[in-house]
Design a protein around this ligand. Structure first.
Ligand code: C2E
Ligand code: CA
Ligand code: CA
Length: 753
């Protein structure tokens, strides 16, 4: 209204400017009369500069009801660029219409307010009744829950509140409370169970004999049982990592790793049982990780079982397995392991293996009994240990075989010294079990280089050297040489070829004449084995007979040769020659089967026993005396002639001769070859001849090469001779010529003498 009034005043002032200037008041009043159409118009005044009324128009009478609103505007005239105030217009508007309008609005607002307030009050009342009260009840429950008390239920009125939200909240709270209460109860009973369980585990751990340690996941000790405290007394402090305190330094790493792996593990180790004392206890340590239900690692339980008894018995068993129970020396197994270890190490340096074999042990054992034999072995073991003085590994391989393994610089040299000493000591009688025993030692030494050495090689080499020492006559030591291996190869070649050679008659006898000194007539032939091998050429019987003896083919070989010899004798007999054929019989064949074998041969050849002579050596009559003597008798009873070969070479002395039941003695070539060089050999040979004759034996000189030797033998009274002086051995054909030229028999001797 004000804006309207002001606008009206300004417009009216502007419209009044010209009439005022012209003082045309009626014009002004016309203009003013237009204002009567405005509903709120009350009156309008035009005043001059001094405020004197110039014109006035009023609304229709009776229209005025209320206060007036006055608005004033100046009446201005533009006069040559300057503005001059020439009067004032006052417009007054009647506020009555507007006031009534405002009153209506205010009334409406008040009414509205009253209505709103009423609604609010109603609502508040409603809320107070349906929300606040149940919430208060809920709050009580929640306060209890907050305090850890889940027992207080939500009031039923809240639960059944008509107010949906409140009802739902109340129900949610009640559900929460119930769950919490249940959880709480479970937790409580869980705690009880867990405590119970802990107690049980603790009791179980306490009651076990094993030392038990429980470690936290950080490795600190949280529990140790009684056994652990007793065993590791004082070494463990709870809250510390115990492993290094109780494990031997060399095992610490392994134990720590086993724990860190967080998996079950089991290992043998040694636990330190006293601080600083260095005392240890072998244990089986089981490490078990502890995980909770969610697989979270909580630590580990360590259980240590005392295994000292097992360790001791294992050590005992190992000792038994590695030592010879009689002498306490190491056994073959251990020695072999040691050699394997050395060759596996490939350590540079020298190794020497000595193999020792007692001479005559079997005899001692058989004749004096096993206790004496055992005592001798123990004594020898002591000697070897003494001599080796801990410098080597001394072992008993079994029977009367011993070994010594030396390592390091000069091993072979030291081996030689040791061997010499042992051989020397055993060459003397050994005092055992109140007896003086005569034994002796043969030793083979193999010098070995660890690279590429196998156990078999080592033993083979030392055994070859030993074999050589025995061949050299025992009571000595021998060192392995490469040639021995060649020899062995040759021997195995011979061994392999022998059977075939017997079948094809590649092995056959040649016959050497035996000539009577009195008549110059051939009185017999000695059969000597011959073998020409396609590759090896002529093999000496000394060699292949040894091989045959060692490979148990000597029986077949002898039967084969004896058969051929007997067939020859039969052929000779057919031509009127009644002399014998002499066949060499190895001492190895002196078994109860010998007479039977000879019977078979004689039968097969159709040869009378009288045509056969067998040559045996003194060895046969010196060992197993009784048995062999009766074997000899059995043969002689059949009419077979028995000759003692190589007489004078062995152990025999003349005094033994009387106990030898033989028909002939053959004086060894070694004596014969010395005849005529000096008087002594003749005297000895004369003594043999005389004694032989006194005992009813014939005496034959062997290896007679010269007429002088022949004459010397004739001079001392020998009966017959054999040797190159009457030719080298002949084949069967050639012997037959001897008979065809029967007339030449006497001349034969005559020619040569
Ligand atoms: P042995 O029984 O003493 O045989 C005599 C050896 O002396 C033979 O050597 C013979 O050829 C050789 N000999 C003969 N006269 C002379 C001579 O005047 N001067 C020289 N220096 N030597 C002469 P062989 O044939 O090499 O036989 C060697 C040994 O082999 C034999 O010695 C004998 O022990 C054994 N032997 C040979 N044949 C057989 C056999 O059939 N069976 C058995 N078990 N052993 C045999
Ligand atoms: Ca002979
Ligand atoms: Ca001989």
């Amino acid at each position: 209204m004000e804006r309207e009034a002001t606008l009206t005043a300004v417009m009216t002032a502007r419209a009044s400017s010209a009439p005022r200037a012209a003082s045309d008041m009626s014009q002004s009043e016309n203009t003013f009369a237009a204002l009567r159409s405005h509903p709120d118009f009350a009156d309008v005044l035009l005043l001059d500069g001094e405020g004197a009324l110039l014109a006035k128009v009023t609304a229709e009478p009776g229209q005025r009801r209320g206060d007036l609103l006055t608005s004033v505007a100046p009446v201005v005239i533009e006069d040559g660029g300057t503005r001059r105030r020439i009067g004032t217009v006052e417009v007054r508007f009647d506020k009555a219409r507007i006031a009534s309008e405002i009153r209506g609005i205010v009334l409406m607002h008040i009414l509205h307010g009253i209505l709103v307030a009423g609604a609010v009050v109603t609502a508040l009342f409603f809320v107070a009744r349906t929300v606040t009260k149940p919430l208060k009840l809920l709050r009580g429950t929640l306060v209890h829950i907050e305090g850890g008390d889940y027992t207080r239920k939500v009031d039923p009125s809240a639960l059944s509140s008509e107010h949906t939200e409140v009802r739902e909240v109340a129900r949610a709270v009640e559900r929460f409370r119930e769950t919490a209460l249940a959880v709480e109860e479970i937790r409580k009973s869980d705690d009880r169970a867990a405590r119970e369980e802990r107690r049980r585990i603790r009791a179980a751990l306490e009651s076990t004999q094993d030392a038990a340690l429980v470690l936290r996941e950080t490795g600190q000790l949280v529990f140790q049982n009684r056994a652990a405290r007793a065993l590791l007394g004082g070494l463990l402090v709870e809250g510390r990592a115990p492993i290094d305190a109780i494990t031997a330094p060399e095992d610490q790493e392994a134990v720590r790793r086993a724990i860190q792996d967080r998996a079950s593990d089991e290992l043998s180790t040694e636990l330190l049982t006293a601080a600083g004392g260095g005392e240890t206890l072998p244990v089986r340590l089981r490490i078990n990780p502890i995980y909770d239900a969610d697989s979270v690692y909580l630590g580990a339980v360590l259980m240590a079982t005392d295994i000292s008894e097992q360790v001791q018995s294992a050590a005992r068993i190992r000792h038994l397995a590695e030592h010879d129970s009689l002498t306490g020396l190491k056994n073959r197994r251990l020695l072999e392991e040691e050699i394997s270890r050395i060759s596996a190490d490939g350590a540079h340096g020298e190794v020497a293996l000595l193999l020792l074999d007692l001479d005559r042990f079997k005899q001692i054992n058989d004749t004096l009994g096993h206790p004496v034999g055992d005592a001798l072995l123990i004594r020898v073991a002591e000697m070897i240990e003494d001599v080796a003085a801990g410098a080597g590994l001394a072992a008993r391989l079994g029977g009367d075989e011993f070994a010594l393994l030396l390592r390091g610089e000069d091993a072979t040299l030291r081996g030689r010294v040791v061997a010499r000493e042992i051989v020397g000591m055993l060459a003397e009688p050994v005092h055992v079990a109140n007896r003086q025993l005569r034994t002796g030692a043969s030793i083979g030494i193999a010098r070995l280089t660890p690279e590429g050495l196998t156990v078999a090689d080592a033993f083979r080499r030392a055994a070859l050297a030993l074999y050589e020492a025995k061949r050299q006559g025992r009571g000595c030591f021998f060192e392995f040489e490469e040639t021995m291996e060649r020899e062995v190869r040759r021997q195995s070649l011979i061994e392999g070829a022998m059977r075939g050679a017997l079948k094809t008659n590649a092995i056959y006898p040649m016959f050497q004449r035996q000539v009577a000194l009195s008549t110059g007539r051939i009185v017999g032939y000695e059969a000597l084995a011959r073998w020409t091998h396609p590759e090896l050429g002529q093999i000496s019987p000394a060699e292949f007979i040894t091989v045959a003896e060692e490979t148990r083919q000597i029986g077949d070989l002898t039967a084969h040769l004896m058969t051929a010899a007997c067939r020859a004798a039969v052929a000779w007999r057919a031509r009127g020659f009644a002399g014998r054929v002499a066949v060499n019989v190895s001492p190895r064949l002196f078994r109860h089967t010998l007479p039977e074998m000879i019977d078979d041969v004689l039968l097969a050849a159709g040869c009378p026993a009288e045509a056969l002579e067998i040559e045996i050596t003194e060895a046969v009559l010196l060992s197993d005396t009784q048995r062999n003597l009766s074997l000899v008798s059995a043969l002689r009873d059949r009419g077979i002639f028995v000759a003692l070969d190589d007489f004078g070479m062995g152990y025999s002395s003349l005094s033994y001769l009387q106990s030898f039941p033989v028909d002939r003695i053959k004086i060894d070539r070694a004596f014969v070859s010395k005849l005529g060089t000096a008087p002594e050999p003749s005297a000895l040979v004369r003594a043999i001849v005389e004694l032989g004759h006194a005992l009813g034996m014939q005496v034959t000189g062997e290896g007679v090469e010269t007429p002088e030797q022949l004459e010397a033998l004739r001079a001392v009274g020998a009966d017959s001779v054999q040797g190159f002086v009457h030719g080298t051995p002949l084949d069967l054909e050639q012997t037959l010529v001897d008979f065809d030229a029967a007339a030449r028999y006497p001349a034969l001797t005559a020619e040569r003498t």
